[in-house]
Design a binder for this molecule. Structure first.
Ligand code: RP5
Length: 161
């Protein structure tokens, strides 16, 4: 069953957002990818958000750039946790996207990752699911150990340089 929805405001966001899907794939987390725009397809966006929990989704990752209202609007219409990814566009270095997503009013949370931080959005979704899934938690712990090993290898290489 599909448990994570990876949505974005435009297909132009995909080069950034594909890192979220890749992280989910690494952990064998069933997910779907959709383009839904807060401004161009508002009704489809709200229908998606309203139906997501009933369809079995447990986390939504939403990326958008510029006037990035998709994550917040989706969060307003679903009880599921929403992770927002600020997508950097040509101007303003993604600061517009970041501020549009992160400054949510009290009561409607969006867990915002860094500008372009789609991989961390995928990994955060895995951690959310792992809170109630011991097997997934064990694999996340294994992944964390692999990060430690990588740093240790780099440290050892530089010490010898
Ligand atoms: C936003 O407008 C999208 O999330 C995208 O980042 C941006 C530009 O969209 P396109 O004009 O490339 O379709 O809503």
């Amino acid at each position: 069953m599909t448990v994570v929805g990876v949505i974005m405001g435009s297909d132009s966001d995909w080069p950034t957002m594909q890192a979220a899907a890749e992280a989910l794939r690494e952990f064998d987390v069933p997910h779907e990818v959709r383009v839904l725009s807060a401004h161009r397809t508002p009704r489809a966006m709200l229908d998606y958000a309203a139906e997501a929990a009933g369809r079995g989704l447990r986390v939504i990752i939403a990326g958008a750039g510029g006037a990035a209202h998709l994550p917040g609007m989706v969060a307003s219409a679903t009880p599921l946790p929403v992770i927002g990814v600020p997508v950097p566009l040509k101007y303003l270095d993604g600061m517009d996207s970041l501020l549009s997503i992160v400054q949510m009013p009290a009561g409607v949370p969006v867990a915002t990752v860094s500008i372009g931080g789609a991989r961390n959005a995928g990994l955060l979704a895995v951690r959310m699911l792992a809170a109630a899934d011991p097997d997934l938690r064990a694999r996340m712990e294994g992944f964390q150990r692999s990060l430690q090993d990588l740093v240790a290898q780099k440290d050892a290489a530089l010490r010898q340089a």
